[in-house]
Design a protein around this ligand. Structure first.
Ligand SMILES: Cc1cc2nc3c(=O)[nH]c(=O)nc-3n(C[C@H](O)[C@H](O)[C@H](O)COP(=O)(O)O)c2cc1C
Length: 241
């Protein structure tokens, strides 16, 4: 009787091992599902430091683009754009792609993902240290974000939006009232980096300043002391026929 029982057990185990080996697709899907369930933190792929386009070409071709294809962006593209905005380029002293008064870094960058390959819709905070994303909200909030910005359609239609938020205290602690000016100048630097990186990737973007601060804060669940300065939709350009 125990031998029969053992034989049955070995048979069942063999079936499980065989199906695992013979149906890799099943294995891959369940692996992907596991990854999707565990998207609290997303380590971004390394950004590229090379490009086919010169900085001069990128500057001369930069334009604001407000219409996008309804197609997802890749995580590689997201990684590149976030790195351009606030990525760390001097790890020892924490220096970033954009300058910062007193190296105090008062800006926070958020990814509002609607359609990104392999990423669940949601709101993610970019963490320059470690070049990763931390999810702060689940689900697609792009329609509510559009509602908070005079219903500007580019926000709802883009596969992703970036939001640049500011924590003034990080800079005014040292520079007083003048720190407010510094924070706004820094948001401009980060936004221009985004414009140029997006252009160089062959994608389209526009910076949006017309929105209700309180509504945006509510939609993104921002901390009380954090003020949104820019909403920046990004997507693939619709080529005119
Ligand atoms: C501070 C600021 C706020 C802006 N706000 C908006 C906006 O709310 N909506 C929009 O569609 N474009 C906005 N823009 C983009 C401008 O309309 C755009 O840069 C301008 O028309 C010049 O076009 P170009 O960027 O293609 O050179 C803003 C630009 C800046 C600098």
């Amino acid at each position: 009787m125990p031998i029969k029982f053992l034989g049955g057990l070995i048979f069942i185990l063999l079936i499980i091992i065989l199906s695992w080996l013979l149906f890799p697709k099943v294995r891959l899907i369940s692996q992907k599902q596991k990854e999707l369930m565990n998207q609290q933190e997303i380590i971004l792929p390394q950004p590229s430091k090379r490009s086919e386009t010169s900085i001069e070409e990128t500057l001369s071709e930069r334009r604001s683009v407000r219409e996008y294809k309804d197609e997802p962006l890749t995580l590689q593209e997201i990684s590149q754009i976030l790195w351009a905005a606030q990525g760390i380029t001097a790890p020892l002293r924490g220096g970033r792609t954009a300058p910062s008064a007193g190296a105090l870094y008062p800006l926070e960058v958020y990814l509002i993902a609607r359609k990104v390959d392999g990423v669940e819709p949601g709101v993610y905070r970019y963490l320059p240290e470690g070049h990763k994303l931390n999810r702060v909200l689940e689900g697609d909030v792009s329609d509510s974000l559009c509602g908070a910005a005079l219903r500007q359609a580019s926000i709802r239609e883009a596969p992703v939006n970036l939001v640049i938020g500011a924590l003034y205290e990080r800079t005014t602690r040292k520079y007083g009232e003048r720190g407010i000016r510094y924070v706004h100048l820094e948001a401009g630097h980060a936004a221009q980096n985004i414009y140029l990186q997006v252009q160089s990737l062959g994608l389209g973007t526009v910076v949006i300043g017309a929105f209700d601060d309180e509504e945006v804060k509510e939609v993104l669940n921002l901390p009380e002391e954090e003020i949104p300065l820019y909403i920046i939709p990004v997507g693939k350009i619709v080529v005119a026929k």
